[in-house]
Design a protein around this ligand. Structure first.
Ligand code: DNO
Length: 355
């Protein structure tokens, strides 16, 4: 495996490439072109500029997270052809610049979702948390119409102000998209892009739904062993692979993550490894990476990744906010750096005990 950290680019991130380089064992970043919108073609020049910036600090771009998929593709509108052809052009440009891993998601309207971005814990740290009861009380189209995006407390990927103004329209567009239709649209998308991925050796790695169930009555399909296996079988090419995210899958205690990792051997191209604590059904909060701080056994997760001979990038995921750091919720330096050190420690111990 390759240890990496997500980086939001010099324009947006509070964490610098130099700081990332100083985390022991961290060799690369996972990043994206933050100025682009879903559906746009990424130019070779902008990809090269981003690459040069990262490499000048002694790191590599280990993968892109994400090349976002346009809603028209998820909904299956006829205009999807244009956006698929743009996606293919972006993949070609990435391939020509030597980038071979693309993480993406297929969640309608919203990406990962939380109800509190700074829940205080007894030690004074703050974490992201989720409570289904709060979500159930929200009428998303109404709430977003009435609120000022900056005061929402819900600013997360997919909740950006320019999308919030279209929220009613987006819900309307997804009205007839059920799980089966979403699945078929995903398969259609993957089959269209696979020849390009095979040509350039690009591994597509779909991110798990977070939380791992439907929210606001929108369909979600990448959240259980059975559903994920169905996708792998529907497009049975290695380049159609997964981003295993322990925290996302782990939001549902029924998901046996080490077992899933072993079953998906050969198709896991990227892993987000973090812990989560189940508070009650439909309620969870994020924790430090350490097993004893949450509900997941991080040793077993790393052991499963080791056993399947994971060679792709791994990154710690959402950290707590600690030591007075001010950063994007979940994406500060300190706790994610502690996460890297811990995951590297587990890996070294597993590796040595297997010699
Ligand atoms: C959350 C992230 C996700 C992920 C996307 C991939 O912290 O893991 O936003 O980047 O779902 O497209």
């Amino acid at each position: 495996m390759k240890m990496t950290l997500r980086w939001y680019g010099s324009e947006y991130d509070t964490v610098t490439l130099r700081q990332i380089r100083q985390i022991p064992g961290c060799v690369g970043v996972i990043t994206t072109l933050y100025s682009t919108k879903p559906g746009e073609v990424w130019s070779r020049e902008s990809i090269r500029t981003m690459k040069e910036e990262v490499e000048s600090e002694g790191l590599e771009i280990s993968g892109i997270e994400s090349v976002n998929v346009h809603d028209d593709i998820k909904i299956g509108l006829s205009t999807r052809e244009l956006y698929i052809s743009n996606y293919i052009k972006t993949l070609e440009n990435l391939g020509k610049e030597g980038i071979d891993l693309v993480c993406y998601n297929f969640m309608p309207v919203f990406d990962w979702t939380r109800t509190d971005l700074a829940k205080e814990r007894s030690d004074g740290s703050t974490v992201l948390s989720y409570d289904q009861d709060i979500i159930d009380k929200i009428n998303p189209t109404k709430m977003f119409e009435e609120m000022d995006a900056d005061s929402s407390g819900f600013i997360l990927p997919g909740w950006e102000p320019d999308r919030l103004t279209r929220i009613k329209e987006l819900f309307e567009m997804y009205k007839n998209v059920d799980e089966e239709r979403l699945f078929q649209n995903l398969v259609y998308f993957l089959k269209s892009i696979m020849p390009t991925c095979e040509k350039y050796g690009i591994k597509m790695a779909i991110h798990m739904d977070d939380p791992a169930w439907s929210i606001f009555n929108l369909p979600r399909i990448i959240n259980s062993k059975e559903n994920i296996q169905r996708l792998l079988d529907a497009v049975p090419v290695i380049n159609n692979g997964l981003t295993i995210c322990s925290g996302s899958l782990g939001s549902n205690p029924d998901n046996d993550i080490p077992d899933m990792i072993r079953s998906f051997k050969g198709r896991i191209h990227f892993a987000h490894v973090r812990n989560v604590k189940h508070v009650a059904p439909g309620k969870f909060e994020e924790t430090a990476h350490l097993s004893s701080d949450g509900s997941l056994d991080m040793y077993e997760i790393m052991k499963a990744l080791y056993d399947i001979n994971m060679t792709g990038p791994i990154r710690p995921d959402h950290g707590r906010m600690i030591w007075g750091e001010k950063a994007m919720p979940g994406y500060g330096l300190y706790d994610r750096a502690l996460g890297v050190a811990y995951l590297n420690g587990l890996w070294e111990a597993i590796e040595k005990s297997n010699k």
